[in-house]
Design a protein around this ligand. Structure first.
Ligand code: BMA
Length: 881
């Protein structure tokens, strides 16, 4: 990684100056950018991309505004050249070796220095370096990076691959995207996706610099702790990727001072780039404090120092963090059931993965700032998530992403960047992928947060269930390509590079069973094995019977629209209706807008205000209500299925809904809008991912309540049910079950009663007139987990639902802002919205069953009572009918 400095920096050991030195010259900063015919010429920031440069110079407007994705298609059809001029010191020129290093080039480029081509690039996920000492001169040096249009390159590669097609050739029309993205090693969603625009970027998306050295330079260091169960012994495998000028014998000292562990190794650095590996024995293994996923313990780290000596002279020195944890993916026969288990054991403890799927946070990666990353990841842990899957159609995230996940205890399921497609296997494609995989595994394997590698997104399923109408006679060709790429290359490299974590070839997959079936299972969605992805937009999401009782749900979800305050800056008044051109342009999933209304219409009255703007904003609201309720139902089903096996299915140990974040302002499956605002679903996640959770559902008109616990300790809990009439804030009746043991890490049925009997014992309630809330209590009455609720009928059919006339008062005290609501009646899905004032409420979208309720507002930027009061709107279900 090139540090962001603009002058020479002696990074190594100026004390030993003259014996061994290494200098970095950052070439980040202002470059010039030119299109192919010279008609566009402008300054451009590096790291950055062409679109960002054009916008910064006012050549284009906000690419996210209205239909600009279509208007700016020309940008990626052109070729662009980045140029910079720099001088180098005499000292740098006399060093033994000078490398020109690119941390990331997007994507296909020819690099030349002082008019001489020094190398080519074809993969945005690789770091490149070129030897340039012989080309440097006194005075100005001119560096050019000539980027080819990614669209023309992909099309050309497709043409060259004439023997058979590699589908899908193009995305569906509704995505308004570009073709043949699978022929270029670039963010696959940058040619459009079902939640994202087509912005095929070009640029120098990571740092550029010169690295000059006399003896050696450290390219990459990794440290991977390994635990030996039989000897209870921790070791740390440290690998140094060293670029040496000549064969050099030396010594390397590794130490973890806090654990009194230090060892010195004799080694030989070979010329060129080579890996030197060492294993440090932790002498005080019993003292090691383990890294735990969020909610299961802390995330302590230790310092690892690495020093390399050559003839007593320090030639390299680096320090990094090391975290100790073990991970196993358990796939074992289940007594009396077909199939295999599928769950993660961290430090020997089975852990239920709760979270979501991560997509690129912006089309232009140069705009994914540390603040954006931190805010999104904080929002994930704030709602009790402990895991995210970095989905294979985006990018391997920047180092900071994984650093934050390490610190916060977020487990990362890391896909390799292949998604929803077949891929070519020409030699040069395989070679560039091999280098990509080696580099990414070396870069990321020190992170305890990364708990699994997975070869691709949905490509096993695409092949198995024939998404692309491949004639059966040709199938063997595609299966062969699949095995070549993911098994014989990627899997093999990962297994050589990383012994510390599991590898799956795809997601979803049947895991060990897929392997048995030649890597492409007949049905990779089989709930008896591995993980599943499941989407149904037409079936009633309130009916848990429609969900697969899977071992592990790595994708499932429903779309919703973002809030008006998120759409407003990229639209104009004529766009603000559910059937405007804008509304359909932003929807990239076929029939998506209709599906949302159909699903919402199963249980809610659809907005029908005569005021067009109110009707639009009410519709946005109802899609969020629908999404929150659907994903809640499905997630609660998975969580309550952790301890049960029914007809061979169950023991679910993961629920990662699709998707956490958004790439732009559009309808999608996300729970967080572009810009960071939480949708109703995200607030719901805080409850449905709580460590202790009551789950209520009906089976044949019998109400069951499960207590789900992710705690390590055992509890004794009872269910407390409160029944309310829609017309009255005073409860109609309260029921209590007996106390029951709930062991740590289990889901237990603790209440069971036919709904008719329940209602008969409770005033004049019927399914249509009443609603119930329930919570879990310990013996002395203390509540464990959130209060949940169960609708006895669709709110559409509820009798007596009143307009609650909610009033709100914003206040500020030393702890922050709060909003106190006053309601005249029971109000479902009460939604507080403060427009574009960034922040989150302590609770939102709730069922209000009391006259007063106070929630706090955590402001992410300075604001005031006056500003909040002026922006605040409160909506509940009855308001949109
Ligand atoms: C899944 C993902 C994505 C997609 C999502 C919603 O299958 O892997 O490809 O965005 O579905 O359709």
């Amino acid at each position: 990684m090139i540090p962001p400095v603009d002058s020479f920096v002696c990074v190594l050991l100026c004390l030993f100056y003259g014996v061994s030195s290494e200098e970095l010259l950052s070439l980040n900063g202002k470059w010039r950018l030119l299109n192919s015919n010279g008609s566009v010429s402008l300054p451009a920031q590096v790291p950055g991309c062409v679109h960002s440069a054009l916008q910064q110079q006012g050549v284009i407007l906000d690419p996210y505004f209205r239909f600009n994705d279509a208007s700016y298609r020309w940008i990626a059809l052109d070729n662009w050249t980045y140029t910079t001029t720099f001088t180098v010191s005499a000292e740098l020129r006399v060093t033994q070796q000078v490398r020109l290093v690119f941390d990331g080039v997007d994507t296909v480029a020819s690099v030349s220095l002082n008019g001489i081509v020094v190398g080519e690039t074809d993969n945005m996920f690789r770091r490149y370096d070129f030897s340039v000492r012989h080309l440097l001169k006194d005075g100005d040096n001119v560096l050019n990076v000539a980027l080819l249009s990614p669209l023309l390159y992909a099309t050309e590669r497709r043409r060259a691959h004439s023997s058979y097609r590699v589908p899908p050739e193009c995305p569906p029309d509704v995505q308004k995207g570009e073709c043949h993205v699978n022929f270029i090693r670039k963010e696959q969603s940058s040619f459009s996706w079902d939640w994202g625009p087509s912005f095929p970027t070009l640029g120098l998306w990571k740092g550029v610099g010169l690295e000059a050295f006399d003896a050696l330079r450290l390219v990459q260091v990794s440290s991977v702790p390994l635990y030996n169960l039989s000897s209870s012994q921790w070791t740390v495998r440290v690998e140094l990727l060293v670029d040496a000028v000549q064969t050099t014998d030396g010594r390397v000292t590794l130490s973890v001072p806090e654990l009194d562990s230090e060892q010195t190794f004799l080694t030989r650095f070979q010329p060129g780039k080579n890996k030197n590996s060492f294993t440090l024995l932790i002498s005080t293994s019993s003292r090691v404090k383990l890294w735990w996923p969020s909610g299961h313990g802390d995330q302590p780290s230790y310092h690892l120092t690495v020093r390399g000596f050559q003839d007593r002279v320090l030639v390299l020195s680096t320090e990094s963090k090391v975290y100790f944890r073990s991970v196993e993916l358990v796939q074992e026969p289940l007594p009396g059931s077909p199939g295999l288990s599928f769950y993660f054991r961290i430090n020997g403890k089975p852990i239920f993965l709760k979270g979501s799927n991560w997509i690129p946070a912006h089309s232009f990666q140069d705009r994914v700032t540390p603040a954006v990353l931190r805010n999104l990841l904080q929002s994930a842990v704030d709602v009790n998530m402990n895991a995210l899957r970095v989905w294979g159609g985006g990018v391997y995230e920047q180092d900071l992403f994984y650093d934050i996940c390490d610190e916060m205890g977020i487990m990362v399921w890391q896909d390799f960047m292949f998604a929803c497609a077949m891929y070519p296997t020409e030699d040069d494609f395989i070679q560039t992928v091999r280098e990509e995989v080696v580099q990414q595994v070396q870069r990321l394997k020190s992170h305890p947060s990364v708990i699994i590698w997975s070869g691709n997104n949905e490509n096993e399923a695409a092949l198995a269930t024939d998404w692309f109408d491949i004639p059966s006679s040709q199938r063997p060709t595609y299966v062969k390509d699949y095995v070549t790429l993911y098994v014989n290359n990627i899997r093999k490299i990962v297994q050589e590079e990383d012994h510390s974590r599991p590898f799956l070839v795809s997601s979803p997959t049947n895991g060990a069973e897929s392997e048995q079936e030649g890597w492409v299972a007949a049905n990779p969605y089989d709930p008896h094995y591995g993980d599943t992805h499941f989407y149904s937009y037409t079936l009633d999401c309130w009916d848990w019977r429609t969900f697969p009782r899977t071992r592990f749900a790595s994708e499932y979800g429903f779309q919703s629209w973002p809030s008006f305050s998120t759409l407003q800056p990229v639209s104009i008044p004529e766009d603000w209706s559910y059937d405007s051109n804008f509304t359909s342009h932003r929807q990239h999933h076929a029939d998506g807008n209709q599906q949302m209304l159909l699903q919402a219409g199963l249980h809610f009255n659809l907005p029908n205000s005569t005021d067009p703007l109110k009707r639009f904003t009410d519709t946005l609201y109802i899609t969020q209500v629908m999404q929150a309720q659907c994903v809640k139902a499905q997630t609660e089903f998975y969580r309550r299925s952790r301890s049960e096996i029914i007809e061979g299915k169950g023991q679910t140990m993961g629920a990662l809904y699709w998707q956490l974040n958004d790439i732009w302002q559009a309808p999608s499956w996300s729970s967080i809008e572009f810009g960071g605002k939480w949708k109703m679903l995200h607030y719901f996640a805080q409850s449905f991912f709580a460590a202790v959770l009551p789950v209520g559902f009906e089976d044949d008109d019998t109400l069951l309540i499960y207590a789900v616990s992710d705690l390590s300790r055992d509890l004794k809990l009872r269910a407390v049910l409160t029944v309310y009439s829609w017309t009255d804030l005073d409860p109609v009746c309260t029921l209590r079950s007996d106390l029951q043991p709930v062991t740590g890490g289990s889901a237990v049925a603790i209440y069971k009663q036919p709904v008719a009997a329940l209602l008969a014992g409770c005033g004049h309630c019927t399914r249509l007139t009443c609603v119930l809330t329930f919570r879990l209590e310990e013996e002395g009455g203390s509540q464990q987990g959130p209060t949940n609720h169960h609708f006895l009928c669709s709110p559409r059919d509820a009798r007596g639902l009143q307009t609650p006339n909610i009033t709100a008062k914003v206040q500020e005290d030393p702890t922050g802002f709060s909003v106190t609501l006053h309601s005249a009646s029971v109000a479902p899905f009460v939604w507080l919205d403060v427009g574009d004032i960034a922040g989150c409420f302590s609770s939102n979208g709730f069922l209000m069953v009391s006259e007063n309720r106070t929630v706090s507002f955590n402001a992410w930027r300075p604001t005031s009572v006056a500003e909040l009061s002026a922006s605040l709107t409160v909506t509940s279900l009855r308001d949109v009918y």
